[in-house]
Design a protein around this ligand. Structure first.
Ligand SMILES: NC(=O)C1=CN([C@@H]2O[C@H](COP(=O)(O)OP(=O)(O)OC[C@H]3O[C@@H](n4cnc5c(N)ncnc54)[C@H](OP(=O)(O)O)[C@@H]3O)[C@@H](O)[C@H]2O)[C@@H](O)CC1
Ligand SMILES: [K+]
Length: 485
C-alpha cells in the first residue's frame, strides 16, 4: 500500500530532518530532483533541453526556493531560465542567489506575460504545503498567461494540499514532483496534479503511520481470492444478492453478474427478478424471497429494491443474519429514513455503506463538503461501518479511522448501473472473508480499472464494465510497469 501523509505530519517530519541536516541540503536535493523531471519534460515537449526556455513562478516561501534552485540546475544544462518573483522582498534568498550566480534572469510581475507566453515549460513554485485559501489574485492573474505545460513543485498551486479542493483559479499541472512523501492532494485531485513523481529526500524514517492509503495493483493481486486445490464452490464463500424488482430487473442482473465474475465462490440471488437473473446467469441459485435464500457468507443488498416496506423487510432480514453486508442504493435511503433498521445488526458484524454525495447527505444530514476524507471518516465512526463515499475520487473509511483513497482512471464509471456492479464486487469479497475496509477498497480499485478497460477511450456501459472485470483482474495480477504516477 502506498502511504499518504497530511501536511502537518510532513512539516513536523521535515523539521526533525532539517535539525540533523546541513542547511539547504534538503531543498537542493528536492530541487535537483525537480530539475531532472523538468529536463525530461523539455525533451518531451520542446525536443531539447539546452536552448529551451523555462519560466519560474516564484512565491514567498520554500516552494519558491525549490523553483529557484531547480532553475539554477537547469541553467547549468543550457536552459534559458527566467524567474518571476511574486514577492521580490520575500523570495528565498539562497535560491535567488544561486539562480543569479548561474546566469538566470529575474523579472518583475509586470513583465511576466511576455516570458510566460514564450516559455517551453513553466515551473510552479508559487506555494506548497503552507498554502491557505484560494490563490492570491496576483498569482491567479499570471496563470491566465500560461499556455506551456506546467511542472508543479510539490503540488499545483491553488489546490488545497490536504483536501484537494479548488476554490478558484489553480494550476493544472502536466506533472507534479513531490518530496519526501505523497500528500493528500496527490490522491484527491489527480486531475490538477497530473502524474506525480516522488523524490526521496530521506524523510522516510521521520514518518510514522500514514494518514491515508492508496492500493496498488500488487496489493489487490495479493489479496484477491483465487480458488486453491482444496476449494469447492462453498469453501470460497457464498454471496447473497438482494437487488432489483420484477419491473426493473437490471440492477439484479448487474449486481449478481459482477459477483459471478469477481470470485469463484457461489452466488445466490433472492428477490422478484429471479427469472431475469437465472436467464442471464445460469450459474446462480435464484429464489423469489430472501427468507428462503439459503446460507450465505455475505449479503449485498439494495440496488433497485425500492424504499418501501418490502425493501425495508429485505434489508432487516439480511442484517439479522450475522454475516458481513454491503448496503447500497435503496438500502442506504432506507437506513437514512429509518436508522432503527440497523438495530437488526449485531454491531460486531461488518457493514459497508456505499453512498454517493446525495445519499451521504440523506444519511448524515450534511453534504460531504470540501474535506471528503474527514466527512467519510466521521460517518464511518458514527455508523460503525465502512463508509465508501463514491465520487470521482472514491474514499473508503473504516470505523477505526483507516482511510483508503482510490485514484480515478477517468470518468468512465459515470454511467447508469455502474454502482450495481460495484456492490456485487464488494459483496463477493466480503463473502471470501476479506476485511471489509480492504474489500471495499479492492472492489473500488478493480471497478475503476474495469471501467477504463471497458471504455478504451469512448463512453461505456455498466454491462461492459461488468464484462471487463476478468481483464481487470488479469491486469492487476500482471501489471504493466509505470514510472510516474
Ligand atoms: N522544509 C524543508 O526543508 C523543505 C521544504 N520544501 C518545500 O517547501 C515548501 C513549503 O514551504 P513553506 O512552508 O515555506 O511555505 P510555501 O508552501 O512555500 O508557502 C509560503 C507562502 O505562500 C503564501 N501563500 C499561502 N497561501 C497562498 C495561496 N493560496 N496563494 C498564493 N500564496 C499563498 C504565503 O504568503 P502570504 O501570501 O500569506 O503572505 C506564504 O508565505 C514545500 O511545499 C516544499 O516545496 C522542500 O524544499 C523540501 C525541503
Ligand atoms: K507549487
Amino acid at each position: 500500500m502506498q502511504g499518504i501523509w497530511t501536511t502537518d505530519r510532513i512539516r513536523a517530519a521535515e523539521e526533525r530532518l532539517l535539525a540533523v541536516t546541513p542547511e539547504g541540503a534538503l531543498m537542493r536535493r528536492a530541487a535537483f530532483g525537480a530539475s531532472l523531471r523538468a529536463a525530461d519534460m523539455l525533451t518531451e515537449h520542446a525536443g531539447r533541453v539546452a536552448g529551451s526556455r523555462v519560466a519560474l513562478l516564484v512565491g514567498a516561501g520554500n516552494n519558491g526556493g525549490d523553483a529557484l534552485w531547480a532553475g539554477a540546475f537547469l541553467l547549468r544544462r543550457g536552459v534559458g531560465v527566467t524567474a518571476v518573483l511574486l514577492k521580490p522582498e520575500r523570495a528565498h534568498p539562497r535560491g535567488l542567489a544561486a539562480l543569479r550566480r548561474a546566469g538566470g534572469r529575474v523579472v518583475p510581475v509586470e513583465d511576466a506575460p511576455q516570458w510566460l507566453t514564450r516559455a517551453d515549460l513553466v515551473i510552479d513554485g508559487i506555494v506548497g504545503i503552507s498554502a491557505s485559501g484560494p490563490l492570491r489574485p496576483q498569482a491567479a492573474e499570471l496563470l491566465e498567461h500560461v499556455s506551456a505545460p506546467v511542472l508543479a513543485i510539490d503540488l499545483p498551486s491553488g489546490v488545497d494540499p490536504d483536501t484537494g479542493e479548488v476554490a478558484g483559479p489553480a494550476v493544472r499541472a502536466a506533472c507534479t514532483v513531490t518530496f519526501g512523501a505523497r500528500k493528500p492532494v496527490h490522491a484527491l485531485n489527480p486531475g490538477h496534479c497530473g502524474p506525480v513523481e516522488l523524490v526521496d529526500i530521506g524523510l522516510g524514517d521521520e514518518l510514522a503511520d500514514p494518514d491515508l492509503f492508496r492500493l496498488d495493483a500488487g496489493d489487490v493481486a495479493a489479496h484477491w481470492p483465487l480458488p486453491g486445490p482444496e476449494d469447492d464452490k462453498y469453501s470460497q464463500g457464498v454471496v447473497g444478492i438482494a437487488a432489483g424488482s420484477a419491473t426493473y430487473p437490471g440492477a439484479a442482473v448487474l449486481a449478481t453478474g459482477s459477483a459471478v465474475r469477481a470470485t469463484a465462490g457461489m452466488v445466490r440471488y433472492a428477490g422478484p427478478a429471479a427469472d431475469a437473473v437465472r436467464a442471464h446467469w445460469p450459474e446462480t441459485v435464484a429464489t423469489g424471497s430472501i427468507t428462503d435464500a439459503g446460507r450465505v457468507q455475505s449479503w449485498a443488498v439494495g440496488p433497485g429494491i425500492g424504499t418501501g416496506r418490502e425493501g425495508r423487510e429485505v434489508l432487516e432480514h439480511a442484517l439479522g443474519q450475522g454475516v458481513p453486508l454491503c448496503a447500497d442504493a435503496d438500502a442506504i435511503t432506507i437506513i437514512a429514513r429509518a436508522p432503527a433498521v440497523l438495530d437488526a445488526r449485531d454491531p460486531g458484524t461488518p457493514l459497508v455503506l456505499t453512498p454517493h454525495a446525495g445519499e451521504f447527505e440523506r444519511l448524515t444530514g450534511t453534504r460531504p463538503g470540501a474535506d471528503r476524507v474527514a466527512a467519510a471518516r466521521e460517518a464511518a465512526a458514527r455508523f460503525n461501518a465502512v463508509l465508501l463515499l463514491k465520487g470521482h475520487c472514491t474514499i473508503v473509511a473504516a470505523p477505526d479511522g483507516r482511510v483508503l483513497v482510490n485514484v480515478p482512471r477517468g470518468s468512465w464509471l459515470a454511467t447508469a448501473g455502474s454502482g450495481d456492479v460495484l456492490s456485487g464486487l464488494v459483496g463477493a469479497l466480503l463473502a471470501a472473508g476479506i476485511d471489509a475496509w480492504l474489500a471495499a477498497g479492492m472492489a473500488t480499485y478493480v471497478h475503476s480499472l474495469a471501467g477504463l478497460l471497458a471504455a478504451r477511450g469512448v463512453p461505456t456501459s455498466a454491462s461492459a464494465v461488468l464484462a471487463a472485470i476478468p481483464d481487470a483482474l488479469r491486469q492487476v495480477r500482471s501489471p504493466a510497469p509505470s514510472n510516474c504516477g
